[in-house]
Ligand binder design. Structure first.
Ligand SMILES: Nc1ncnc2c1ncn2[C@@H]1O[C@H](COP(=O)(O)OP(=O)(O)OP(=O)(O)O)[C@@H](O)[C@H]1O
Length: 924
């Protein structure tokens, strides 16, 4: 018993082990299914093999029986089968074997295969009926079915039992009627079997028939021609029939070859025998005595290279700048004096064209300075026009110009041309540094690092492998997609998928974690659908994250061609396309992201873009850097309006100054009757100034850059918010633009007001979807990779674009700043601006010290007049923030003007106007 018990326990434990093993193996439902499927497949294969062998055996026995080679059984089989099928029994064994093989090999489409097999058997019966109908033996009308069967079995002919049955059915239609019906049925069966249209077949036959007739006709024509020719030819020229045929064959072969060549050329998309240039230019024509002209190629500095203007060169830019200056000098000269008609005649066409365009500008309107980068981008006619000026100028001027020219030494300072007259003038525009007018020298691009080399073919291979894996992964989840495109960006690669009809986009989005797992990717971002495309984009980080150098962006055509002096080289998008943006159009930009995500680098790229694009006369910057370390390096560059502001308390002063400057500018616009900065500058340029009077200065565009808004908001939230909102709402037309960066995208830093007024955003990597929503009102930034990976969302874009921001190192910045400091005179900042900022600051300090707001007296009078101490009322009336209004109210309470807080109700007013006036007199 005991042993029995033990053995049963052992058994049960064994069973348990087995079950666990089985469980282990089959625990996932997918695995179990797969094993069952595999087993079933193996069984099916065996069954198929047996069936094939059996059908062959049957077919062979039937075949042997038909020829009396299968013994007495065979004789019986033959008798029976002929009785059933009549004359068609001869092919019946083959049909049996073939149909079985056909069914097995088309198992996946078994329904179709069955229909086709049935059609073959019906065809057999129809053919046997046809045979009976044609032979009519035994007579269909008079014989019974059994007699027909018997007759076919004995004589191995006729329609057999089935054929007889059909014929008997069709008997009422008579012989011809039955034949027609049988024929039609045979055709239908053939259509079902072959899946070929009968009508189109007939049409084709008709076509080929007509082609044959046509060919025969051609042959006949040729033959007639030939015989006529033969009659005309002399007897010795006459060809024998064989020779004639051989020649014909040759001709035909030639024709075929020609046809093939044509087809090949079409396939290779080559045009043959076409040339647009049919004449040789004179200078390149080969002289007969010197047929091969080989000579050394020498650099021709005089000749204008049609592409030379495409290359960005600061030197060239200087030339352009100088060209521009020259132009302004020339405007003083009458037009006729400038161009020597004889010389004009000898000029090439495009030079004249370029010149006439320039003249139009010179005489017509002032060429707007901010457009001149654009002008140098339109390089085609520029150099020629420059030459033309030189030719057109009086000789001394040209000589003088050549001396002054910056060609000789890149860094050579330009002596002030005498003709300018106002060389000693100082920039008197409000807020502009009092610097001596000196031509701005654009820093050369060689100060920046070269772009690192790109990955080659291995990246391509890797991308293709990832695309396949992606497709396979989605297929495993029942989502069939086609990969339509792969865009390889610097840090991320986007795979574009087109789902099959009926696949929901949300299903692919819900599989994002599975895709991440299968691709072993750090993070993926799904863009479903890609704006403007019928595809879904899956963005996968590259194995090796590449970076984008600022230099390659500044060298790019997009940057060069951009007309705005405040163009910002953003970076490269997912397809590697250069993205540049015009800050003027943004018109204010908010940059937010977690610490270390690349905000400061982005701000540096903005500053560098401006340095490389704009003359300080056209663009000024105010930099506010409460972090104290990021932007200080720029101190001393000529674009700065005031030294970099590092004191957060001073920052609100700077912002207030900007608000005042904006108001001032609007007043000036109103006086001049223009609507914006461009209109004002245009008017100034056109203005005729009486001699001795100073011409009004044009207004520069102003970019205010704040690196870390959170620090400012901590010190003076109300003032900063007020100033930012006022600037953001109105400053666009005044040419003042804000670039604000923050690493705390919380609602108390990026307040609703700021968000509503700053329409363009850049989101760098953030830690949560909530932060992403605070910045760009949608998720996505939490999936970014950091290090310059951004979602660029300027106003006007329907969706943010993923861009790899340009990288600029501290060394590069230092080199450029050093260059600017060396090549520009020491910048003396406008006292007025600094003073205004300091006074605001001291006023703030004073207010804090004496704890009295500047609105204290006014607010007191107002509240006494309204007999209601409400903070909201103060906010509304003085257009100030809540904090400031609350502070004023507290001060009024301290002074005894209003009573203490009573819940949410307004405070009680405790003073009369006279009492308040006395209080003010005593306390000031
Ligand atoms: N576009 C870029 N390409 C490559 N690397 C970058 C890029 N931008 C930033 N980085 C890398 O990320 C680091 C941090 O960048 P950055 O200092 O701009 O971050 P941040 O967001 O300003 O951080 P914090 O708010 O702490 O100052 C840089 O030192 C650099 O190595």
């Amino acid at each position: 018993m005991a042993s029995g018990g033990r053995s049963s326990t052992a058994k049960s434990s064994k069973n348990k082990a087995k079950t666990t093993a089985v469980k282990k193996n089959t625990s996932p439902a997918g695995k179990r299914k797969r094993t069952t499927k595999a087993k079933q497949q193996a069984a099916n294969q065996l069954r198929d093999e047996v069936l094939v062998l059996l059908s062959f055996a049957v077919a062979v026995i039937l075949l042997l029986s038909n020829f009396n080679l299968a013994g007495s059984v065979g004789v019986q089989i033959k008798w029976f089968m002929f009785g059933l099928f009549g004359v068609m029994e001869y092919i019946f064994p083959i049909v049996v074997a073939a149909s079985l093989i056909f069914l097995i090999s088309n198992r996946e489409y078994i329904a179709v295969a069955r229909v086709k097999t049935a059609a073959v058997y019906i065809l057999m019966v129809l053919l046997s009926a046809m045979a009976l109908r044609i032979g009519n033996r035994p007579d269909i009308a008079e014989s019974t079915l059994m007699e027909i069967f018997h007759y076919s079995a004995v004589h191995n002919t006729g329609g057999g039992f089935f054929g007889g049955m059909l014929c008997k059915l069709l008997k009422p239609l008579g012989m011809f009627g039955s034949m027609v019906v049988l024929l039609l049925l045979i055709i239908i069966c053939l259509i079902v079997i072959t899946e070929k249209s009968f009508i189109s077949g007939v049409m084709k036959m008709q076509k080929s028939g007509s082609r044959m007739v046509h060919a025969a006709k051609q042959d006949y024509d040729l033959y007639r021609e030939h015989s006529a020719d033969r009659q005309r030819r002399k007897p010795d020229e006459e060809l024998s029939e064989e020779e004639y045929l051989a020649r014909r064959r040759e001709e035909k072969l030639k024709k075929i070859q020609e046809k093939e060549e044509k087809a090949q050329a079409r396939m290779n998309k080559k045009a043959r025998g076409i040339t647009s240039a049919t004449t040789l230019p004179k200078e390149t024509a080969v002289e007969p005595d010197n047929p091969i002209d080989i000579h050394e190629i020498v650099v021709d500095t005089q000749r204008e290279d049609e592409y030379s203007g495409d290359i960005y060169s600061p030197v060239q830019q200087q030339e352009q700048a100088y060209d521009y200056e020259l132009e302004s000098i020339l405007t003083e000269e009458p037009e006729e004096e400038m161009i020597n008609p004889v010389e004009t005649e000898s000029m090439p066409d495009e030079t004249i064209h370029g010149l006439s365009e320039r003249l139009e500008q010179m005489t017509g309107q002032y060429q707007e300075p901010e457009m001149y980068p654009d002008t140098y981008a339109e390089n085609g006619s520029e150099p020629s026009a420059y030459e033309a000026y030189e030719q057109a100028l009086p000789e001394e001027t040209v000589e003088q110009d050549m001396e002054q020219d910056g060609y000789e030494a890149e860094n050579a300072e330009y002596p002030e041309p005498e003709v300018m007259g106002d060389a000693e003038e100082t920039a008197g525009v409000s807020g502009q540094p009092h610097t001596k007018v000196q031509r701005y020298q654009f820093p050369p691009l060689s100060l920046l690092n070269q772009a690192s080399s790109k990955q080659g073919g291995s990246q391509d291979r890797e991308n293709k492998a990832t695309a396949l894996r992606l497709q396979q992964t989605l297929q495993n989840f029942g989502v069939k997609v086609t990969i339509t495109d792969i865009s390889c960006g610097p840090a991320v690669t986007r795979y574009e998928l087109q789902p099959e009809q009926g696949v929901k986009v949300s299903k692919i989005v819900s599989l994002s974690d599975d895709i991440k797992l299968n691709l072993a990717a750090a993070d993926i971002r799904i863009e479903a659908p890609i704006p403007g495309k019928a595809a879904i984009g899956i963005e996968v980080p590259n194995k090796v994250a590449g970076s984008v150098s600022i230099r390659e962006l500044l060298e790019s055509e997009a940057f060069e061609k951009s007309a705005s002096p405040i163009t910002f080289a953003v970076g490269k998008d997912i397809a590697g396309k250069t993205i540049v943006a015009d800050i003027a159009k943004m018109p204010h930009l908010l940059i937010a992201g977690a610490t270390g995500s690349g905000k400061s680098v982005c701000i540096n790229t903005i500053i560098m873009s401006i340095i490389y694009k704009a003359d300080p006369e056209d663009v000024k910057m105010i930099m506010i850097d409460p972090k104290m370390v990021e932007l200080r390096v720029y101190d001393g560059i000529p674009h700065l309006m005031i030294p970099v502001v590092i004191d957060p308390k001073k920052a609100s002063g700077a912002l207030n100054w900007a608000v005042n400057e904006m108001t001032d500018r609007y007043k000036k616009f109103a006086q001049m009757g223009v609507r914006n900065l461009k209109g004002y500058n245009d008017e100034i340029a056109k203005m005729e100034v009486p001699e001795g009077e100073e011409p009004p200065q044009k207004m520069p565009q102003l970019v205010i850059i704040i690196d870390e808004l959170a620090d400012l908001m901590m010190v003076a939230p109300g003032e900063v918010e007020d100033a930012i909102c006022r600037l953001a709402q109105l400053a666009r037309a005044a040419g003042i633009h804000l670039v604000i960066a923050t690493q705390r995208p919380s609602v108390n830093v990026i307040t609703g007001l700021i968000k509503a007024n700053v329409p363009s955003r850049i989101a760098f990597a953030v830690s949560s979807g909530v932060d992403s929503r605070t910045i760009i009102d949608m998720n996505g930034a939490e999936k970014l990779l950091g290090k310059g990976d951004m979602l660029f969302f300027p106003s006007g874009y329907p969706k943010p674009v993923r861009v790899q921001g340009a990288f600029v190192s501290d060394d590069e910045v230092s080199r450029v700043v050093d260059f600017l400091k060396e090549n520009s005179q020491e910048v003396v900042y406008d006292e007025a601006v600094s003073e205004s900022i300091t006074s605001t600051q001291s006023q703030n300090a004073h207010n804090t010290a004496s704890e009295k707001d500047s609105y204290f007296a006014e607010a007191g009078r107002f509240i006494i007049e309204k007999e209601k101490g409400s903070i909201g009322m103060l906010q509304r009336y003085y257009k100030i923030g809540f904090n400031r209004a609350a502070r004023i109210m507290d001060q009024l309470a301290d002074a005894g003007v209003v009573g203490p807080e009573v819940g949410t109700k307004p405070r009680k007013v405790l003073m009369t106007p006279e009492e308040f006036e006395t209080y003010l007199k005593q306390n000031t």
